[in-house]
Every structure is written in structure tokens, then in C-alpha cells.
Write a protein that binds this ligand. Structure first.
Ligand code: GSY
Length: 191
């Protein structure tokens, strides 16, 4: 665990079984993970699959505060996937649940098995649209704000609001006055 909480965004997706229940279960499991506090969640969107033909996804983004190091946060996300029965068969194939680390504070991490910010997030409407809801001033590593990303009408049309945000259970990590990567005012520079 690190000394102070870091704000991170996680992408959730499901296109197998009871998709909405899967997204909710992923939020619940994250909230029960030591060192993670789920702060809030975006609405749930139904999204057309990117990749090979497969059923539509439900996607959402959650904001968390975490005391974990990036690698441990990734492990926790993979642990949620495994606990929910995800078997990693086909790389771009259908899945019960997907929990991706999209951002970790302002850090840029490029290690085997972990690239953060997620390298394709700005190209994926199923990430951009829910993340915009939570952090409209979000800055990408190239300096652009997320709101400046121009997604074509086709990409935007592939993402439709489906359900209100999953409920966010309270979790044990205490609130801190200083969250790395968070802003005290929307336009303030990142801490
Ligand atoms: O990258 C996560 C899994 N995934 C998704 C997804 O979550 N949503 C949509 N719309 N398409 C996807 N293709 C893959 S792979």
C-alpha cells in the first residue's frame, strides 16, 4: 500500500449473462477490496462491440480512491474478474466482466502487462462517454482534454444510455483531504 490515496478511474464492461448484475457485482467486489474506496460511478451504457462480432456490451466507469500501488490495483481488478468466473480465452472475445485500470493519478506507467493511462481509451466511445460524465476536464497524456476528443458520429451512436449508475456501497477506506490526481476545483491543475 502507498502512503496516501490516489484517484484512479476503472472501466467496467460485460457482454455475457445478466450484464447489469455483472457490472453491479464488479462495483460491489471492488468496494469490498481492501485499499479501494469506490467514490462514484457513471451511468451504464449499452455499447456496440469493438472487435469481432459479439453481443453488445454494458459499460460504465468508476472513480476510486486507492491506497494500493498500481500493480496491486491491477491485481485487484484481475481478482474481481477471476472471482466472477472470467476465463481468459479469446483476447477480444465476449466476457462476463472486464475491469480495466484506465488511469492512476497523473502517473504514466509502461510496464509489461500494464500501460496506464489505457493506450486506447481516447479512441473508445465506450470509455470516453462515461468518463466524461465523471471527469469532464480530464487531461490525456498528450495534453488534450477528454472533452476535446472528437469521436465520429458512428462511434458516438454506438453508445446509448442504458441504466442509472450502479449503486456504490460504502467501503472502509477513510476519506483523505489530499487525493493525488484529484482536483479541488474542476479547473485547478492536478495535485
Ligand atoms: O476492452 C474491454 C472489452 N471490450 C469491449 C467493451 O468493453 N465494450 C465494447 N463496446 N466493445 C468491447 N470490445 C472489447 S474487447
Amino acid at each position: 500500500m502507498s502512503g496516501h490515496p490516489v484517484r484512479a478511474f476503472l472501466g467496467l464492461g460485460s457482454n455475457v449473462g445478466d450484464r447489469l448484475a455483472n457490472v453491479q457485482q464488479a462495483v460491489d467486489r471492488l468496494a469490498r477490496t481492501e485499499g479501494i474506496r469506490v467514490v462514484r460511478a457513471s451511468r451504464v451504457y449499452e455499447t456496440e462491440p469493438v472487435g469481432p462480432p459479439q453481443p453488445d456490451y454494458l459499460n460504465a466507469v468508476v472513480e476510486v480512491e486507492t491506497m494500493l500501488q498500481p500493480g496491486s490495483l491491477l491485481e485487484a481488478c484481475l481478482g474481481v474478474e477471476a472471482a466472477m468466473g472470467r476465463v481468459r480465452a479469446e483476447r477480444w472475445g465476449p466476457r462476463i466482466v472486464d475491469v480495466d485500470v484506465l488511469t492512476f493519478g497523473d502517473e504514466q506507467i509502461d510496464e509489461p502487462g500494464m500501460t496506464v493511462p489505457h493506450p486506447r481509451m481516447a479512441h473508445r466511445a465506450f470509455v470516453v462517454v462515461p468518463l466524461l460524465e465523471l471527469d469532464p476536464h480530464h487531461r490525456l497524456p498528450d495534453g488534450r482534454r477528454l472533452a476535446e476528443v472528437r469521436l465520429g458520429p458512428e462511434a458516438l451512436g454506438s453508445v446509448r444510455p442504458f441504466a442509472p449508475p450502479p449503486s456504490v456501497p460504502s467501503s472502509g477506506v477513510p476519506r483523505s483531504h489530499h487525493i493525488a490526481g484529484a482536483r479541488t476545483r474542476p479547473d485547478a491543475p492536478r495535485s
